[in-house]
Design a protein around this ligand. Structure first.
Ligand SMILES: Cc1ncc(COP(=O)(O)O)c(C=O)c1O
Length: 481
């Protein structure tokens, strides 16, 4: 490859500092951010698609020399404007997030200082510890330690690595060497559990998918029977993973009963609350999470229903040694101050940004009560949609109402030869209409629309518009028979 010569180019033209233009760039960026925030307050009537000029820009080759910073910022803003932003109030697909304003500001600050939370980092390390304590207090989980990670997938992997080491001491050193072991979760657990089993050498086929009840929650009796049967066969149970808010329908597994099963068999209980756990902090829903404090570890994604920008998940544990037992290393270039652990000794990652700052600042600026209220509002919106949709002819809802903020619904059309195709088409039509954004999901072999409310900007009017559009767009769909 031909490497271009830089000799003869002045220092100023190759500098990586914005120099005298710093404030101008910051002011301009602030204007773009303020415009975006104002735009997110209300839903826009259609999605913006990339212009021909933008598409050209996005195919341009690597620039060898820089361009004007204001132009660069405008180009970046144009790309973001033509993208699907979860921060918009009518983004109801998958499990969205909101890009909380103070969270975005915290990210700007954190990234500017670019502190590495792998090692002792002064006040930043204390702040991370405080944010973990505050999060545990909010949820009602007595976390003695924990860390912020890049997502629920990594938080679940982190917790299961600790569980594996407790069940099979020294497996981190020896490998599993043919030891048969298993993890247990509901049929509707998130697939990050399978991925963790793959990565940790447990094996995906050793994830026991336990039957669910009529409310789609893991059946504790079926769980106990499966653990007992495995133990009789010499298979070591590594962990039970309870889901506190399944991705498909928002079902919360019965944590107390599952904790009883785990206590009886000495098995690690992990709660995957990546989506739903923040609802443990809201009084109307907190009872659903009774028993949470008995879990050995929990996952919660603050970038979902705590509204802060991605990526900000947390894994919390009751016994700090369980994490250091599996992650601590003594390396020549990572000194330890006496017995003290480095942050990296309890995480999978090494270089780690200061993810805690956005949650910490959000709690400081808004207070926990504002979060409890916003979560409760999303749950009320789900209940409102469920009741309104259930009262209409031609729209089916699940027999059991929403436990949290997901409301699967589908159109039923008498005489329609293929209702799945009808609902899939309806979902595509809604997405291309652009006023709302929903995703489809398959439940018991049927195609459903699966709106999920996790945005503090969503209003009741947004929810009612969704229902209206489902009716009007549905009436225009083909596959009517
Ligand atoms: C229950 C549950 N667990 C884990 C995850 C994975 O989280 P992340 O996307 O942050 O890796 C999700 C994502 O939706 C989830 O719903």
């Amino acid at each position: 490859m031909l490497v271009p010569k830089t000799a003869g180019i002045s220092e100023a033209s190759t500098s990586l500092s914005l120099g005298e233009r710093r404030l101008e760039a910051l002011d301009h960026a602030a204007g773009l951010v303020a415009r975006a925030w104002a735009e997110f307050d209300q839903a826009r009537e259609t999605e913006v698609t990339p212009s021909a000029q933008l598409l050209d820009e996005l195919r341009a080759p690597l620039p060898e020399h820089g361009d004007d910073v204001i132009k660069g910022l405008n180009d970046a803003s144009a790309v973001l404007d033509a993208s699907l932003a979860q921060a918009r109030p009518r983004y109801f697909a998958y499990i969205g997030s909101s890009g909380l304003e103070v969270g975005a500001l915290a990210d700007l600050l954190a990234h500017s200082y670019d502190i590495n939370l792998a090692l002792e980092a002064g006040a930043a390390s204390l702040l991370e510890a405080q944010a973990i304590t505050w999060l545990g207090d909010f949820l009602g989980y007595p976390a003695l330690t924990g860390s912020f990670t890049s997502g629920g997938t990594v938080s679940n992997l982190t917790a299961l690595a600790a569980a594996r080491e407790r069940a099979l001491p020294r497996s981190r050193a020896n490998g599993l060497s043919g030891v048969r072991c298993a993890v247990y979760c509901s049929q509707e657990a998130h697939y990050s559990i399978k991925r963790a089993a793959e990565v940790l050498g447990i094996g995906r086929d050793w994830v026991r998918a336990i039957a669910i009840d009529a409310e789609r929650r893991m059946d504790p009796i079926a769980l106990a029977e499966r653990i007992d049967a495995d133990m009789r066969e010499g298979i070591t149970p590594i962990a039970v993973i309870a889901t506190a808010g399944t991705t498909l329908t928002g079902a919360v597994d019965p944590l107390n009963e599952l904790a009883d099963v785990c206590a009886r068999s000495g098995v690690w209980l992990h709660v995957d609350g990546a989506y739903g756990l923040p609802a443990a902090g809201a009084s109307a829903t907190s009872d659903l999470f009774a028993g949470l404090a008995r879990a050995d570890s929990v996952t919660v994604d603050c970038h979902k229903w705590m509204f802060v920008p991605k990526a900000c998940s947390a894994v919390l544990v009751r016994d700090p040694r369980t994490l250091s037992n599996v992650f601590a290393h003594d390396e020549a270039y990572v000194p330890h101050a006496g017995e003290a652990l480095n942050a990296v000794d309890i995480t999978l990652e090494y270089s780690r940004p200061m993810r805690a700052l956005k949650l910490w600042l959000a709690f400081k600026v808004h207070g926990a009560a504002a979060f409890r209220a916003a979560i409760a509002r999303n749950c009320e919106q789900a209940r409102d949609l469920y009741e309104r949709a259930g009262a209409l002819d031609g729209i089916a809802v699940l027999a059991s109402g929403p436990q949290l903020s997901i409301v699967p619904l589908r159109r039923t059309v008498p005489g329609c030869p293929d209702e799945n195709a009808h609902n899939a088409e309806l979902c595509t039509r809604l997405q291309s209409d652009g006023r709302v954004y929903v995703s489809p999901a398959t439940i018991d072999g049927e195609v459903w629309l699966r709106p999920c409310f996790t945005n503090f900007r969503t209003t009741s009017d947004d929810v009612h518009l969704l229902l209206g559009l489902i009716e009007s767009e549905g009436a225009d769909c083909s596959h009517h028979g």
